[in-house]
Write a protein that binds this ligand. Structure first.
Ligand code: F6R
Length: 657
């Protein structure tokens, strides 16, 4: 949520900020702003409402010189997206400028107190109080003023602060929101995430909670809240900037979907050595793991769906009870944790999700051992856990998660094998059979990607059906207008319809909801398929355990909804077929996800549309089923003209509660 970037050095700060913000746009895209200071202490401040392009369009043909600057891309939490609420924010004067990611929970009280002192506010944001506090506490030393300010803040923050009186200093500070310092030669950077500065430097420092960095072009000094210096480790980033680029693809989402075979191959290569699963940072002894009698998985969104699938995987392999909770529920629930017996597994792509991080801390306080499955190396969740398994998916930029999901799934299979080895719940024969099956996954994924045209065709046929229906509604509109005697009223009606049809294609798709049904290990796949569709097409979609259909959702069935049935060959295959028959008996439209070569399901009495996946042991099928569901959502979004990589109201990393 919100991206921040900062620069100090001899190069053009505006160019570097724009470059950095562009790669952070996935964190928020409802407004953006930059503040640049030049050697003559002149300030250039530009804020624009809307996507980042609105800001860059304004910069075209403008010479913005300056060696120091901070920039921000916003996902609104306090105050609507407009220029006044866009960052950077300043105090009574424009001498102190601040960019912020996070939430200042006590901003209201602080604002009231500052107002009494004569401070005037020009935005509705929580951030503005930070600029006013720094201004109030400034006595000739920006670092001290920021340290003092932080003492008053409750909530979460990653801050970039500059001041016109000290144009050779950039201050960065963090608590519960990510922030890194990039180390260059004669220049330094700050950013919310590595890709923002990766084309400029590979050497970074991860700031920890309550650490403040005083940054000049040649020096970085990190201190605690009392001003005591902290020695920080420099980390070298080894992955490439191209993995965070589109590389000729029309959208990051499609690029990331197509990267999945390589990601799974990479995980297998890295994790399986001489038929043994290895995890280098698990940090929990074999004896401690052998003692575990129950596991609690905690995550949000797509990671939660991976966790749900993890439950099926681990229960089958370990034969112990596994619970799964969304982080926002787990953290406020009575957490039943038995010391040395309960293992908490957190799943998070970003490693920064606020509710998951809070769950980690709550469970830790109760003495639980924490293992996290994270994608972003060095993220807060990874660092605060006892052990971490990195998913090795590479940077995921698309807001809709795809490759991180299948990487999380694969990690659960491997963790299952690892723990079942320790708990002796698996035989050598079973292990070797599972490993053989897992090795087939990358090629099976390649096969699905090679044949994705079929999914595209179905998606576009469905979009056409929608357009046809829309045209019918316009016909009805025309008839209505003709009948209206009052031309003013007719015009009003026409405008209402026109605005409806242009503004929210997805909402009008209300006539065409989607239902995703799956059973057993593919029940989470159904939930994930529905989530993917919702987030990028705005079509309402629900995922259900197929056996639950009779208990309510069946009332939705007529010819309009598309019912996506995951009916791969498995022990619950016959059960799925009977669910499909129930849908067809009610004139429902069925898209079946089926195993290649299944002739039965091709019959008209079962499927209107069919997408095949290669044959695999059904236990591993969620890894394959995910792909056509991702492609289906993607192609419908493209067909409807939706903004695939930047869906409305969403942001990639949810660092607020
Ligand atoms: C959906 C999606 C979100 C995230 C969720 C958790 O495509 O990306 O639902 O899965 O916000 O994020 P992480 O995994 O970063 O904790």
């Amino acid at each position: 949520m919100c991206g921040i970037v900062g620069y100090i050095g001899d190069k053009n700060a505006a160019t570097i900020l724009v470059e950095g913000l562009r790669s952070l746009e996935y964190r928020g895209y409802d407004s953006a702003g930059i503040a640049i200071v030049d050697k003559r202490k002149r300030l250039y401040l530009l804020k624009k409402k809307g996507k980042f392009k609105a800001l860059t369009d304004c910069l075209i043909n403008r010479q913005v010189a300056g060696h120091l600057g901070i920039g921000h891309t916003r996902w609104a939490t306090h105050g609507e997206p407009n220029e006044a609420n866009a960052h950077p924010h300043y105090g009574n004067t424009r001498n102190f400028l601040v960019v912020h990611n996070g939430i200042i929970e006590n901003h209201h009280e602080l604002k009231l107190a500052l107002k009494k002192d004569g401070h005037r506010f020009s935005s509705q944001t929580d951030t503005e109080v930070v600029a006013h506090l720094v201004e109030k506490f400034y006595k000739g030393d920006l670092l001290s003023a920021v340290c003092r300010t932080i003492g008053y803040l409750k909530g979460s923050f990653a801050l970039g602060v500059i001041c016109m009186h000290e144009p050779d200093i950039l201050i960065a500070a963090r608590k519960d929101s990510p922030l890194i310092v990039g180390l260059g030669k004669g220049e330094n950077f700050i950013a919310s995430d590595v890709p923002a500065i990766l084309s400029r430097t590979r050497d970074i420092i991860y700031l920890d909670n309550n650490e403040i960095a005083k940054i000049s072009k040649t020096q970085v000094k990190v201190v605690d809240l009392k001003g005591k210096e902290i020695k920080k480790k420099k980390v070298r980033i080894t992955w490439n900037a191209d993995s965070a680029e589109k590389a000729g693809y029309s959208h990051f989402m499609l690029k990331e979907i197509e990267e999945q075979p390589q990601v799974i191959e990479r995980i297998l290569r890295h994790r399986i050595k001489s038929k043994t699963v290895t995890f280098e940072n698990i940090n929990l002894s074999r004896a401690a793991l052998k003692n575990i009698t129950n596991i609690q998985i905690v995550a949000c969104g797509t990671a939660y769906h991976a966790g749900l699938c993890g439950k099926y995987i681990l229960e089958k392999m370990l034969q112990i009870p596994i619970n799964v909770d969304t982080s926002s529920e787990f953290r406020y629930r009575q957490q039943i944790i038995t010391k040395n017996k309960t293992l908490i597994i957190l799943v998070s792509q970003s490693g920064e999700t606020a509710d998951t991080l809070a769950s980690l801390r709550a469970a830790k306080e109760k003495g639980a051992k924490i293992l996290s499955i994270c994608n972003v190396v060095g993220s807060s969740i990874a660092r605060e856990s006892d052990g971490v398994i990195y998913t090795l998916a590479g940077p995921e930029i698309s807001v809709a998660s795809t490759k991180a999901y299948t990487a999380q799934l694969m990690t659960f299979y491997l963790l299952g094998l690892y723990l079942s080895g320790i708990k002796e719940t698996i035989t050598a024969k079973q292990l070797s059979r599972y490993l053989k099956e897992m090795e087939k996954i990358p090629d099976c994924m390649r096969d699905i990607i090679k044949n994705q045209k079929k999914v595209k065709k179905i998606a576009h046929e469905y979009v056409d059906r929608y357009h046809y229906r829309l045209a019918e509604q316009f016909k009805f509109l025309e008839d209505d207008i003709v009948q209206f005697k009052d031309p003013k009223k007719a015009l009003e009606l026409a405008e209402k319809w026109a605005s409806l049809s242009h503004s929210a294609y997805g909402r009008r798709f209300g006539d065409f909801p989607f239902l995703y049904l799956g059973r057993n290990v593919n029940y989470p796949s159904a939930l994930e398929g529905a989530l993917k569709l919702k987030e990028i097409t705005y079509i309402s979609a629900e995922g259900y355990a197929a056996g639950e259909m009779k208990h309510g959702p069946i009332a939705l069935i007529d010819e309009f909804p598309l019912v996506v049935c995951i009916a791969t060959k498995s022990e619950v295959y016959e059960k799925m077929l009977s669910n499909i028959r129930e849908i067809k008996a009610r004139n429902g439209t069925v898209l079946s996800i089926a195993t290649k070569g299944d002739k039965e399901i091709r019959k008209k009495e079962y499927s209107n549309y069919i997408i095949e996946i290669p044959e695999i042991d059904d236990f591993f099928s969620p890894l394959l089923v995910a792909l056509p569901l991702q492609i289906l959502a993607y192609q419908i979004a493209v067909g409807l003209g939706c903004d695939v990589d930047q869906p409305r109201n969403l942001a990639k990393s949810v660092t607020v509660e």
